[in-house]
Design a protein around this ligand. Structure first.
Ligand SMILES: [Zn+2]
Length: 479
């Protein structure tokens, strides 16, 4: 910019100059005009990008002890916090006024019910179209349990349900206000894309003679990429860092509120770059765990490794992001395999597990009321393109790593960078690839027992999702 500013001021100096135009001056003028034209053109590209960006944040740590999400084996409510939990919003607007608001949260996951409420309110109050709202959860297992579906356990203490409902409503208002605030904060901005790597995510589907066991599997597939969206003011001041990683946020399993490794990564980056909003977006980490795990020190260590991955990315070439924003959101109807029979459900209802009893009760109710069990699920897929530079695919549910590895290959060439996230818009359960489905194990089959869905998924699950992603990716990248 210095060179370019210099060129511009030199040129202006000559324009104002009373210096007589001699034949000696003319070649110099021509040289300066020649110099300033390309520099001005470059100036327009990097300084006046047409982008606007705005950020906002809110603390969402419950202010009283609450039951926590993520592990079915918990026996008591939370006991204090290690760090605050946050919801953060990044609003982006292109030159034509198309807008996107990405909201990241230190939470286990947001339900479809939550998303539908928020998108409706955001459209009503801020004219933000549904395709312009992207919600993601870090899937920390040290946050509050507030999902309505998880609270309908038989014999559940009503006080616990009421408290969760109150938190749910608090979160609705907080996140709606956050979306509005981020849009209000829109200012001219520059966007850049880069990526680094971090190595602590490990596949957790250890092969055995029968089904894979939930245990570290260092030879299994992983996605160690750390994609980074860098947001600066028009003047080049760093404003926000949005970064992703494909790994369960499960270093910790205790009774204090904490963002786990993703919380520490955000904290590290915000300490290193004062005034910056660091935001974490979860990738396809359904079958990935941080390793090793179990202590706050390890969570801090992984957080620091992830923050280092972001900083390493910033050292490399940062691709300026140009062009226009395009967003799409749609659902594809996923199919489940054969539904459990009445007899199987009656058997399940005798289980000692609250979760299994709840599942049996819900599905038996469907059978009684409708004569059949609903065999489909409306699966949400969102795609966002930032000109030719980034294609972002946001998938619902706990998506296994096969999806990001496959989609990054298949969508290569549609944009400079392909960024695939899971845990977006509706975190309802695991989303296995065909391989994982057929191998079985937790993510393939047994995790479904903790939901009220009539899973496992049918063999069509991967084809249906991938097919829809291609359709929506094509739409947002069409010229
Ligand atoms: Zn999970």
């Amino acid at each position: 910019m210095l060179v370019s500013d210099h060129g511009v001021s030199e040129f202006r100096l000559f324009q104002k100059d009373t210096f007589p135009m001699t034949r000696f001056c003319l070649p110099l003028m021509a040289l300066l005009i020649g110099l300033t034209q390309p520099l001005n053109a470059q100036d327009a590209k990097t300084e006046n990008t047409g982008w606007k960006a705005g950020v906002a944040r809110a603390v969402i740590t419950p202010d009283e002890p609450m039951w926590m999400a993520g592990y079915a084996s918990r026996t008591k409510p939370s006991e204090g916090k290690v760090q605050d939990l946050f919801a953060k919003a990044l609003a982006i607007e292109d030159a034509s006024g198309t807008r996107l608001v990405i909201v990241t949260t230190d939470l286990i996951g947001l339900s479809l019910e939550f998303r539908l409420w928020l998108q409706e309110e955001a459209e009503k109050q801020f004219q933000l179209p549904p395709a312009g709202l992207l919600l993601n959860a870090s899937h920390t297992h040290c946050g509050p349990e507030f999902r309505p579906a998880k609270l309908a356990l038989p014999g559940q203490d009503q006080g616990r349900v009421d408290q969760a409902r109150k938190y749910y409503e608090f979160l609705q208002q907080k996140m709606l206000a956050l979306v509005g605030e981020s849009l209000k904060n829109l200012q001219p901005a520059k966007l850049g894309y880069t990526h680094g790597r971090a190595g602590f995510a490990m596949n957790r589907r250890l092969p055995t003679d029968t089904e894979p066991r939930n245990a570290p599997y260092p030879d299994g597939p992983v996605d160690h990429e750390v994609p980074v969206l860098k947001v600066e003011s028009a003047a080049g001041e760093l404003k926000a860092l949005l970064f992703g990683y494909a790994c369960h946020n499960t270093t910790l399993a205790f009774y204090q509120f904490c963002g786990d490794y993703a919380g520490f990564a955000q904290q590290d980056l915000e300490a290193e770059f004062p005034g910056v909003t660091a935001m974490f977006i979860t990738g396809c980490g359904g079958d990935q765990n941080p390793q090793p795990r179990g202590t706050v020190e390890l969570a801090e260590h992984h957080g620091s490794a992830l923050a280092t991955g972001v900083k390493a990315g910033l050292l490399g070439p940062v691709q300026p992001v140009d062009g226009k924003l395009s967003t799409m959101i749609d659902t594809v109807t996923l199919e489940f395999a054969a539904a459990p029979t009445r007899q199987e459900l009656e058997e399940l209802s005798k289980s000692t597990s609250d979760y299994f009893q709840r599942r049996a009760a819900k599905l038996l109710k469907q059978l009684d009321e409708n004569g059949k069990i609903d065999q489909t699920y409306p699966y949400t897929i969102q795609t966002v393109s930032f000109g030719d530079d980034i294609l972002l695919v946001a998938l619902a549910g706990e998506v296994v790593v096969d999806y990001s590895l496959r989609l990054k290959q298949e969508l290569k060439g549609r944009a400079g960078a392909v960024w695939v996230s899971g845990y977006s818009n509706d975190v309802f359960g695991y989303v296995p690839s065909l391989r994982v489905l057929n191998e079985g194990g937790y993510e393939g089959r047994s995790a479904m027992l903790y939901t009220t869905l009539p899973g496992p998924f049918a063999q069509s699950v991967e084809d249906l999702i991938i097919g829809k992603v291609h359709e929506l990716a094509e739409k947002v990248t069409a010229k």
